[in-house]
Design a protein around this ligand. Structure first.
Ligand SMILES: [Zn+2]
Length: 351
């Protein structure tokens, strides 16, 4: 039986054979396959229309039904740019086998709002998080260096803090549990330097930082990672490789060394759970496990509904057998804050 991951690969290959609008439709369907909540083979077996699934129209449905009836044989190896991605259907199956694992999750540590390039307000993201019974979420809008994503400067981030405080006050009056943490996805230069003032960063609950430029370089970028990790104002390194499904491979580095440095500094590397990122991926997570590195889960959600992407990260961490105590988002709020403070204190001592 073909899995959604198999069908995604067939769709991606079909896209390469087509051109123009058809090629784009197949490409889009390939990416969407990772988000289908059920196995497409099961939907077909239940005599339902495949067009229930995202990005499948009647034309692509016919193509997929053909593949399901007679799975194409191919000796061609899957290209690396499409390797090691988990489908949501697979993630849900994995997580259902270990229900205790998902129950440990307390929150989501990367998401965007209207303050940068997201579509939801802070209150809407908080409502979506409450529905998932989270204890906390971190609002990580882009910083000023990433103009293309509406990155915000220090005064704007301060204003956002006022809105977050209002949401928190209202929440505590109503039903208590959720806390919205003030954070940022700070843009890092290829040299590992941030773009926000120290004073601004230390006023936040948590700082996530990511590379968004020079991501197609083939040569080893270990130094870039070490510099970023040693930046005293950062606790989490977001989407470390910068890979995107069928679009960009991401950076290379001496990963055992990068993870070992993170462990020494007690910092976390992220699993960006966005379906076409899944970055860190399972292979790198296994190296992180051996090096004893902390892992943070962030959906990188740009809409409230996208908080469900967290399942992809939970499944990847489970597959890589990351110990629960190393997952930052499994910590209660107070422990999370203590961890951040400890890193800040250590960095201050060194300066
Ligand atoms: Zn980013």
């Amino acid at each position: 039986m073909l899995s959604n991951t198999d069908v995604a690969e067939l769709l991606a290959r079909q896209a390469e054979r087509e051109s123009g609008i058809l090629s784009r439709a197949f490409r889009r369907a390939a990416r969407s396959a990772f988000l289908w909540p059920e196995e497409v083979a099961q939907v077909a077996a239940q005599h339902r229309s495949l067009t229930e699934l995202r990005s499948i129209g009647p034309f692509i449905e016919k193509q997929i039904r053909g593949w399901l009836d007679k799975p194409p044989q191919s000796s061609k190896k899957k290209p690396e740019i499409r390797c090691d991605f988990i489908s949501l259907a697979e993630a849900r199956r994995l997580l259902a086998m270990r229900p205790a694992w998902s129950k440990k999750l307390r929150g989501d540590l990367q998401m965007h709002t209207r303050w940068s390039d997201g579509s939801g307000t802070i209150a809407e993201m908080a409502d979506a998080a409450k529905e998932r019974s989270y204890s906390y979420i971190a609002i990580t809008d882009h910083s000023k260096g990433l103009k293309i994503a509406g990155g915000i400067d220090e005064p704007t981030l301060r204003k956002q803090g006022i809105e977050i405080a209002k949401v928190n006050t209202l929440t505590s009056k109503l039903d208590g549990r959720l806390i919205v943490l003030r954070s940022v996805e700070m843009n890092l230069s290829p040299r590992g330097e941030g773009d926000m003032s120290q004073a601004c960063l230390s006023s936040l609950d948590l700082v996530l930082a990511s590379f968004h430029s020079s991501l197609r370089i083939i040569e080893d970028r270990t130094e870039r990672y070490l510099a970023a990790l040693r930046n005293p104002h950062i606790q989490i390194l977001g989407h470390p490789r910068g890979r995107i499904y069928n679009y960009r491979l991401g950076l290379r580095a001496d990963w055992p060394r990068v993870f070992a440095e993170a462990t020494i500094l007690d910092k976390a590397l992220e699993i960006d759970c966005y379906p076409d990122r899944q970055d860190l991926n399972v292979d790198l997570l296994k190296i992180a496990r051996k090096q004893g590195t902390r892992i943070s889960l962030g959906t990188d959600a740009h809409h409230p509904w996208q908080l469900e992407f967290i399942e992809l990260g939970l499944a990847a961490a489970l597959q890589a057998k990351i110990p629960a105590q190393r997952i930052v988002n499994f910590m209660p709020t107070l422990d999370l804050k203590t961890w951040v403070q400890r890193i800040r204190d250590c960095s201050a001592e060194k300066r």
